[in-house]
Design a protein around this ligand. Structure first.
Ligand SMILES: Cc1cc2nc3c(=O)[nH]c(=O)nc-3n(C[C@H](O)[C@H](O)[C@H](O)COP(=O)(O)O)c2cc1C
Length: 270
């Protein structure tokens, strides 16, 4: 049984009924649940999935370690191999579901599909071929300087999702507001950028678990990306990118031994 199927089956009848009576009833699952259909309304699924978690089967420990050892920063992708839509949809969920400080999600994930735009980005990426060869290319951008109004918008969203009054989140709002008020714009951007790296890490791991190759890419010119992607004036700035797809059979880096410090060098116990 796949994790997706298990997740569905893990839903209580009341939860399933809530799904089908929700605002997305047109595409909501019918009985029996349709695990493929699940992929189409991730906005709802995001809130429903944690409730199903206890019924999921964790993967084997060896499978996790194998996936982490299998993945590598892919230098050469097979341009003929395309990530299936449902798999890429799951990877987008991995990004959307990434944790962030205060839950603020100060990001935008820009999926660059236009081949001409990808070709334009390549010279702005140290000419790295992954930009044009990979099946999918995602740019992670974040808010330049989160404003107080955005805290209010987030609090309003949180209240709606949790079905509570906005005022009940006043203390949380206050903590967020004073946290942000203590930072200048450069510090806010640095803070938001750190959140993007959390999302990037989650994306890389999830891609590996789904058998998708990836290359995180910081070897890019964020200002050039901002210009090409039309981000100027949007309030968002490019931080990092990620190529996703399937390794080329000729990528010699696939067989290069993993080079990591010994655990004893990087793990300490106190
Ligand atoms: C934030 C970040 C940015 C990176 N940028 C690039 C890049 O621009 N091009 C590239 O080929 N690899 C890039 N890498 C890959 C690293 O070089 C690679 O992860 C590291 O050497 C370890 O190798 P492995 O991931 O293949 O195990 C980046 C990695 C990270 C985490």
């Amino acid at each position: 049984m796949s994790i997706r199927e298990t997740a569905w089956i893990g839903l209580e009848p009341a939860q399933l009924s809530r799904l089908s009576q929700s605002g997305v009833a047109g595409s909501a699952p019918r009985n029996p649940p349709d695990p493929v259909g699940l992929m189409r309304y991730s906005g709802l699924r995001i809130w429903e999935m944690p409730l199903a978690f206890p019924a999921m089967h964790p993967i084997e420990i060896d499978d996790l370690t194998s996936a982490l050892r299998w993945r590598y920063a892919t230098k050469s992708f097979d341009a003929t191999k395309i990530i299936p839509p449902d798999v890429f949809d799951a990877l987008l969920d991995a990004l959307v579901l990434a944790p962030s400080s205060f839950g603020m999600q100060p990001w935008k994930f820009i999926v660059v599909q236009d081949p001409a735009l990808r070709a334009e980005l390549q010279p702005a990426s140290w000419n790295q071929p992954q930009v044009t060869e990979a099946s999918h290319f995602v740019v992670l951008a974040v808010r330049e300087a989160i404003a107080a109004a955005e805290v209010d918008a987030w609090i309003a969203h949180l209240a709606k999702v949790r079905g509570v009054a906005t005022t009940s989140l006043g203390e949380y709002r206050g903590r967020m507001t004073s946290f942000l008020a203590a930072m200048d714009d450069a510090q806010k951007f640095a803070w938001a950028s750190r959140q993007a790296y959390v999302a990037l890490g989650q994306l890389l791991t999830c891609a590996a678990l789904l058998g998708v190759d990836s290359c995180p890419m910081e070897g890019i010119s964020p200002p050039a990306y901002d210009a090409s992607l039309g981000l100027a004036g949007s309030g968002y700035r490019t931080v990092v990118a990620c190529a996703l797809g399937f390794r080329s059979a000729s990528d010699k880096y696939a067989s290069v031994p993993k080079s990591r410090f010994d655990r004893a060098q990087v793990v300490e116990y106190r």
